[in-house]
Write a protein that binds this ligand. Structure first.
Ligand code: UDP
Ligand code: MG
Length: 310
């Protein structure tokens, strides 16, 4: 029987962790597979640490990793995959938006399709408010149009992966990991599973707008060079506009259809426009340099303070 691990990143989840554990545990009890849960406490500042320690003390099937501080959702999932020795792993959120009751269906689908991965596609996002639904939809579509790799739409990190995918994932050297993208990129046989993304069982989102923007721009920068190409096209367009205007004004002067006094508006418009184009282009370049800088520093993706039950 294949060994299963359930990887669950947690950041300030004191309101939900108890219910999350008991619902997951109920499902695990009925599985024929030997199963363990790997919780990654991503530097929580509430009682999550204490609650997880209690769970790990009473349940040897629970492995626990405490980070030294908050490193983020993606590093937490990465740590889970790096510490997983099971044949299959399921990545799941702690807040029960990805219902643990679906685990048996994911396993069955994997078995039936002989797949290396099963990715869960959100048919509907009941729990999320309008803004999150809209920005998420937009994000996945922009990512797909910008990236050379095609990703399944409306698919988060909730998925099942097998040993083969985990081993390949562990070989990836990049630090700014966009996990759902990288797993698609790894390839092999991966099949979709459609589900209803539930409302958060308790607590509030740990992805405020600032983290959402960082997550989205990181994904785009690591998976696409198109912003650089767009910057070039923008520069090129600006040059053409500049040439057309220069010709127009010169001819206007020669043939007298342009009045010199009315030049103020056009000058201000041009300065603003070209200033904007230049700053934008420099900004795009800067973003990529930032990524290079991060990668060159080669700092670890996370620091572990303590491990339990390993
Ligand atoms: N999370 C984490 N570190 C962070 C932010 C989030 O480990 O810095 C975890 C969080 O505890 C949850 C999962 O990542 O298990 C997804 O976060 P959340 O549900 O808050 O995001 P949302 O569903 O609102 O996008
Ligand atoms: Mg959530």
């Amino acid at each position: 029987m294949k060994k299963l691990a359930i990887i669950i990143p947690c950041y300030n989840e004191e309101e939900v962790i108890g219910e999350s554990y008991s619902r997951t545990k109920q499902v695990i009890r009925l599985l024929p597979n030997p199963t363990e849960i790997i919780y990654i406490n991503d530097g929580s500042r509430d009682r999550t640490r204490f609650l997880l320690n209690e769970i790990a003390a009473s349940d040897p099937q629970v492995k626990l990793i405490h980070f030294s501080r908050n490193f983020g959702h993606q590093p937490a999932v990465t740590a889970g995959i790096n510490h997983c020795d099971a044949d299959l792993a399921i990545i799941m959120d702690a807040d029960l938006q990805d219902p643990p009751e679906l685990i048996p269906q994911l396993l069955a689908l994997q078995e039936q399709e002989q797949a290396n991965g099963v990715y869960c596609v959100r048919k509907s996002r009941e729990g999320d408010h309008y803004f999150k639904r809209f920005t998420a939809k937009l994000f996945y579509r922009i990512m797909n149009s910008m990236s050379e790799v095609k990703f399944p739409l409306d698919t988060g990190d909730f998925r099942l992966i097998d040993r083969k995918i985990m081993d390949e994932f562990r070989c990836l050297k990049e630090r700014g990991k966009y996990i759902r993208g990288l797993i698609s990129w790894i390839g092999f046989r991966q099949v979709p599973f459609y589900y209803k993304h539930e409302a958060r069982a308790a607590g509030t989102t740990k992805y405020p707008l600032s983290k959402m923007i960082r997550f989205a721009s990181n994904a785009l920068l690591y998976f696409s060079n198109k912003p650089l190409k767009l910057a070039t096209s923008l520069g090129f367009t600006a040059v053409i506009i500049g040439l057309v205007l220069a010709t127009w004004f010169t001819l206007g002067k020669i043939y007298g259809f342009s009045k010199a006094e009315s030049g103020w508006t056009s000058i201000v418009t041009m300065i603003t426009f070209f200033g904007g184009v230049q700053l934008l282009t420099v900004g795009v370049l800067g973003q990529y340099i930032g990524v290079l800088f991060n990668e060159i520093k080669a700092r670890p993706e996370y620091i572990i303070e303590e491990k339990r039950n390993f």
